[in-house]
Design a protein around this ligand. Structure first.
Ligand code: CP
Length: 308
């Protein structure tokens, strides 16, 4: 079995192998056991300093990385662009080089520009983890999503997964498509035509505009947020109309002849893409995803630290 990741940085799912993903899952299984013990900490990254560098808002990803780092006994510093010298005109590279001058070993970065962590990886020596780059990739979200499917359904291979909603603006969608395909799942995307990127068919996924047909087809529905903050024009007439045609609610799920697993990466727009009775139902694994995020991120950091 593979013992090491094939990459020094986790920039995206596109450039890692299925063996890398399986190694991350097996390592995350061990860390999940650790974080459910009374003493939730291991000394694995005792000599490592990690900077969480966030140029975009985050709740789950930032807290999850910080907790994962602390559970591994790493030293942690947090940077948020909103109260930093970025506001005075400092460049991305200068900002990160100043952080690295403080002897930082790893950088976890979220940035609104697609490719920002790839750019950094060509200029700095530290390991980089992409915590979301614009509308491009969010690799650890896809890893925790597929890990959660594996945990719930036993395996990912052969499962039918539909990703519903704002595919156009979603880094979660692209990373999930790559991860699911590498693990042997069938993938469908579903949403209004205006929220499906033109290139999506070239990725080898099924495309469905009718959400009821998509739900009938799938074993798992991963429902995405409508990203109004990234929409410079109107992609649908109103949130009410979007919810009517694409919102996942109890009435829609009750029409199916089976029970499906419902996922959401968060944050949820309750009453828009997902109703509260579905978000809080037993077959929704949204908080399991969050719990698994800590174990999966511990695995990623632990494995990358071995690839200096
Ligand atoms: N799922 C996710 O990336 O959430 P945050 O934006 O809160 O980190």
């Amino acid at each position: 079995m593979q013992q090491q990741l094939s990459v020094k940085h986790l920039l995206g799912i596109k450039n890692i192998s299925s063996e890398d993903i399986r190694l991350i899952f097996d390592t995350a299984d061990n860390f999940k056991e650790v974080i459910n013990r009374p003493i939730k900490k291991v000394p694995s990254l005792r000599d490592i300093t990690i900077a969480n560098v966030f140029f975009e808002n985050s709740t789950r990803t930032r807290l999850s990385f910080e907790l994962a780092e602390k559970r591994l006994s790493a030293d942690v510093i947090n940077f948020s662009s909103s109260n930093s010298s970025v506001k005075k005109g400092e460049t991305l590279l200068d900002t990160v080089n100043n952080i690295l001058a403080m002897k930082v070993d790893m950088v976890v970065m979220r940035h609104s520009s697609p490719g920002a962590p790839h750019f950094l990886s060509r200029h700095i020596k530290a390991n980089i983890v992409n915590a979301g780059d614009g509308t491009h990739e969010h690799p650890t979200q896809a890893l925790l999503d597929t890990f959660s499917i594996r945990e719930k359904l036993g395996e990912v291979e052969g499962k039918k997964v539909v990703i519903i909603g704002d595919i156009l603006h979603s880094r979660v969608a692209l990373s999930n498509i790559f991860a699911l395909q590498k693990l042997g799942a069938e993938v469908m995307v579903c949403g209004p035509n205006t929220l499906l990127p033109k290139y999506v068919r070239e990725l080898g996924v099924k495309v469905e505009l009718d959400v009821d047909k998509a739900l009938q087809w799938c074993d798992v529905a991963n429902v995405l947020r409508i990203q109004l903050e990234r929409q410079q024009m109107k992609f649908f007439p109103s949130l009410r109309e979007y919810s009517l045609y694409y919102g996942i609610n109890k009435a829609r799920l009750q029409k199916l002849d089976k029970q499906i697993v419902v996922m959401h990466p968060g944050p949820i727009n309750r009453g828009v893409e997902l109703s509260s009775d579905v978000a809080d139902a037993d077959n929704a694994i949204i908080l399991d995803q969050v719990e698994n995020g800590v174990a999966v991120r511990m695995a990623v950091l632990y494995l990358l630290a071995a690839n200096k």
